[in-house]
Design a binder for this molecule. Structure first.
Ligand code: CUA
Length: 162
């Protein structure tokens, strides 16, 4: 266990931090104040509609869950994900698809994916990030477009039955 922690922290300083700086870290969101100000405050997380019907999903990965834990998006629409990490490096993988996203502290990772059909996707973390890594998973609920349009903002951030 101790060796594992030592290896992880070594990896953080020897690999992750230089990569982070290379990617322009420092201009990105500060992992310590993520929840308090800026793009990733709680009220701004989840799916949000932008101009011309575009859709952006903002998420935080942290030891050992995702915020929000569940996200609801419409089927057949390009969705731009913007994610960051509050601590270690995490890797979101959308089970059953080729889609994946790395969450790095201090960096916003952006990618656009389209989910053709309605369905539920589990989002396990695929990067070893600590003791709770194996239990770290989120959910993506893809619903028909007209159903999505009728949801209130709060309902787009939960997998509670509707
Ligand atoms: Cu987060 Cu593994």
């Amino acid at each position: 266990m101790l060796i594992g922690v030592a290896l992880l922290s070594t990896r953080y300083y020897m690999v992750d931090l230089p990569v982070w700086h290379f990617l322009g870290g420092g201009n990105g969101p500060d992992p310590v104040t993520l929840h308090l100000r800026g793009e990733f405050v709680e009220s701004n997380l989840g799916a949000a509609e932008g101009p011309a019907g575009s859709l952006t999903v903002r998420m935080i990965a942290q030891q050992f869950d995702f915020v929000p834990q569940c996200i609801v998006v419409p089927a057949g629409v390009p969705i731009t994900f913007r994610i960051t990490s509050a601590d270690a490096v995490h890797m979101l993988s959308f089970l059953g698809t080729d889609y994946g996203l790395k969450a790095v502290p201090g960096v916003v990772t952006e990618a656009t994916f389209t989910f053709a059909k309605a369905g539920e996707f589990k989002i396990p973390c695929h990067e070893f990030c600590g003791a709770g890594h194996y239990a770290m998973r989120g959910h993506l609920d893809v619903v028909p477009r007209d159903q999505f349009a009728s949801l209130l903002p709060g309902e787009r951030r939960t997998c509670e039955p509707r």
